[in-house]
Design a binder for this molecule. Structure first.
Ligand code: HEM
Length: 453
């Protein structure tokens, strides 16, 4: 008789689990590799009262993400975000999620996002025009400010009044505090414990609501129509002809803002870091910009021709996926491959580990954008590359983000070359997103033929 399926193997007992967990937080790549070698591609353990399974097998990752039987919900860390994001797309589930996804998808399709290209390029050109020969800058902080401006303009248009960045900074502040809460021991305390970060979250949350609701009310009242995402969400109607309530609009707007801004900033920072470290790739990209664009900036129509730039963005997110961990929770007892997964188990899938797995990626740790140009990346198994997730909950902003990466990189790199100020490896922080832990100092060299403006 075959044995009934069992919980996956992995570290057992509080000491082994604590050691594994600590090593994982410090160096996920090395730890996952060691853990996979020892326990295999499906690794299960218990942490406190929680059961956690780490999946390193692309086929099983696909099974969870596609979720044919509707048995998975988002994991607890993502669900906790709903304290701030409400019922927005990222944290919503079931029939309500399906309705909202259908309402929000149309303005984010490839065809419709072209109208945002101009804001992306204009804002980036303004930023790059201010870069001075020889200066050293924290490029990560620059990219955060730039993507904040871009998302604010594309989402809210001109309706935020005299200080458009205020709401953005408030949202950023809440997310920063939230990362602090989920990352540290504070998360194990009940939500009634008023840590400073929690008090700030509540206060900033009120400020954000006030601003976003004011914009929504003004728009509804004036009947004004703009090109921005909020206008399109206001006009969206479901099959019964109903639109979204103000509360739903608020949740979706704040969600798009949060989901779309830091992830993109991190991808851009890592791309600039890698290009700085690989002058031969930088030169190839520059050749492409000269050939395709000559003396002008890129438009949405150029994106398809900027193949090297696109490959640089893809290869960057292979090595440094901003969403480095994707989680789900089982809503009932089930089997996954040969294993039993009890109800309530959190299943974590690590794009970081899958993207660096030597079994799927030749020369896995090398920055080789050409693998996306010569067809070799296509030989990796399905779901071995998931910077945007997969299945029905794949990132709804993936075309928007990919276009933004290509346009911002092209606009900056036409004008300047950036090199790291120090040769020391960049320390990473794997919080909700993967980012440089202490910024990214780079030195500016203006390009002789690059446009000054
Ligand atoms: C490089 C940039 C980005 C990366 C790496 C990224 C990554 C991801 C990933 C991995 C997911 C799936 C999470 C899961 O399955 O649990 C996701 C979902 C999502 N992303 Fe993105 N994202 C990026 C940019 C954007 C942008 C620009 C927007 C909005 C304009 C956006 C909006 C969303 C939303 C709303 C969801 C939830 C979708 C749903 O559950 O239906 N993202 N993103």
């Amino acid at each position: 008789m075959p044995l009934p399926p069992a919980y996956p193997p992995g570290p057992r007992g509080p000491v082994e689990v604590a050691t594994t967990f600590r090593r994982f937080m410090r160096d996920p790549e090395a730890q996952l590799r060691t853990a996979n070698e020892r326990w295999g591609d499906v690794l299960g353990f218990r942490l406190g009262g929680d059961r956690i399974v780490l999946l390193g097998d692309p086929a099983l990752v696909g099974e969870v993400l596609v979720d044919k039987e509707g048995v998975w919900i988002k994991d607890k860390v993502t669900r906790d975000l709903s304290a701030f994001l409400g019922q927005g797309l990222l944290t919503n589930e079931g029939a309500s999620w399906r309705r909202q996804r259908k309402l929000i998808a149309p303005p984010l399709t490839r065809k419709h996002i072209a109208s945002y290209a101009d804001a992306m390029v204009r804002r980036t050109a303004d930023y790059a025009a201010g870069l001075r020969e020889g200066e050293s800058r924290d490029v990560h902080s620059d990219m955060s400010a730039l993507t904040l401006e871009i998302v604010t303009e594309t989402l809210f248009g001109a309706s935020l009044g005299s200080d458009p960045s205020r709401v953005g900074h408030a949202i950023d502040g809440v997310m920063g505090d939230f990362q602090e809460l989920v990352q540290t021991w504070r998360r194990f305390f009940p939500s009634s414990v008023p840590f400073a970060a929690r008090r700030r979250t509540v206060a900033s949350g009120r400020e954000i609501d006030a601003v976003v609701f004011e914009v929504i009310h003004k728009r509804r009242g004036s009947g004004e129509r703009g090109d921005d995402l909020l206008s399109r969400l206001l006009e969206a109607r479901d099959d019964e002809g109903s639109g979204m309530t103000d509360a739903q609009l608020r949740d979706e707007a704040v969600t798009l803002f949060v989901a779309g801004h830091e992830t993109t900033a991190n991808a851009l920072s890592f791309a600039l870091m890698l290009l700085g470290d690989h002058p031969e790739v930088d030169a190839r990209l520059r050749d492409e910009l000269d050939r395709v664009l000559g003396e002008r900036d890129a438009t949405a129509d150029d994106v398809a021709s900027l193949k090297v730039t696109d490959a640089v963005a893809r290869e960057t997110m292979r090595l440094y996926p901003p969403a480095h961990l994707i989680g789900r929770e089982a809503t009932r007892d089930l089997t996954l491959g040969p294993y039993a997964i009890p109800k309530g188990t959190a299943v974590l899938m690590s794009p970081w580990a899958l993207h660096r797995d030597r079994r799927f990626w030749p020369d896995a740790l090398a920055f080789r954008p050409e693998r996306w140009l010569d067809g070799s990346a296509e030989r990796a198994p399905k779901n071995a590359y998931l910077p945007f997730g997969g299945g029905p909950r794949i990132c709804i902003g993936n075309h928007f983000a990919q276009m933004e990466l290509v346009l911002v990189l092209a606009t900056i790199l036409r004008r300047v070359r950036l090199e790291r100020s120090s040769a020391a490896p960049v320390r990473l922080q794997a919080a909700i997103t993967l980012r440089p832990a202490e910024g990214l100092r780079m030195r500016v060299t203006r390009r002789p033929h690059g446009s000054a403006g």
